[in-house]
Design a protein around this ligand. Sequence first.
Ligand code: ATP
Ligand code: MG
Length: 408
Amino acid sequence: MHYDMLLLRFGEFTLKGKNRTRFEKAVLNHVKLLLKPFPGASLRKEFGRIYVVLGGEPYEQIIQVLKKVFGITTISPVKMAPAQLDEIVKTAVELMRELNVAKGTTFKVNARRVWKEFAHSSHEMNHLIGSPILREFPALKVDVHQPNIELRVEVREQAAYIFSEIITAVGGFPLGTNGKAMLLLSGGIDSPVAGWSSMRRGLEIECVHFYSYPFTSERAKEKVIDLARVLAGYAGRIKIHLVPFTEVQTAFTRTGQDNLMITLMRRSMLRIATMLAEREGALALVTGDSLGQVASQTLSSMNVIGRSTELPLLRPLVMMDKQEITEIAKQIGTYDLSILPYEDCCTLFVPKSPTTNPNLWVVQKVEASIRDLNALIEQAVAATETVVLEAGGAMEGRKEEVVQEDWF
Ligand code: ATP
Ligand code: MG
């Protein structure tokens, strides 16, 4: 197939005026960022649409990338022709030939005269384009109600656009239009999905990961970086904060409160994540908790753990089944990484019988008994290392974007 352009349609953000403009701009910036590795492609924006002029770049690969852009609902690859009837017919026939229509395939032409000076009306064009196609492809039949192929033709002053395919994209709200949140990212199946769900609702995400070297391996940390890199494929770029958690964790093991270990660790994680969120201007924390999945995710545990932060605690997966979560993980490309066997800092310290019903008062007593807990937490924040990951696998310092600014 040969295409000249991709047509991207926005979702109905159900917003008007200023907000709509802001949302459309956010999508445009996101598209720009993801098209960096395709320097031949350029962008053009129109009310309710974005056009990607391919400039010889591979359209299939670009569609795969743009299907991930939040706020885009559908994508159509488009052929362009000069705005003259004979040229339009020629290109329409070419497109039909490339579609390789089988016998009995039904079709209709849906033409639209956007440029009012054009000699033929929309209605006339349906016939003027449809008839030569039918002559060329005897296998085709017309069906104006539910055709297999709807050939769309839009005639504008500069050119005519001809397309038939409509590819469903991810939808949702444009990235970052609902603010920024800090995602607690483990190496598991759930938290990457929670991150993706948050981004799809328009949140910009930064990740925080806790590791316990030497109890957890370097490879476990790399696995989480790889997961964050998959998320960067949706965001263009993503920051991950890597927190050394060994000292805090071992302070808790010394208390001998085995069945409270997870509760204590989670509370400290949230406290550290809150400090990082405040530093980075994030207004909420996101976790992959799902109600009842494990001991630390009972309502009672969530209550005691959640009290360690004053930030809103978002749990996008809270009412979802493991099976639904796994489905999404597969679709977004995190599943295969998540099931790699490297241990997480928490699994290592999981007691035989973690409590499902921790007592807040007891938990606070244990925390108060560790005199240097606040200092350990502050040290962990101070020793946190931040990495910026970019879509396509490269680390920070990629070459500057080559999108033609004069299109806007
Ligand atoms: P996941 O699959 O996301 O690991 P899970 O069902 O295994 O979730 P837990 O391991 O109990 O559940 O973790 C609950 C949530 O706590 C995770 O979804 C994640 O948001 C956070 N979390 C757990 N371990 C870590 C870690 N080492 N670093 C950052 N966040 C973590
Ligand atoms: Mg886990």
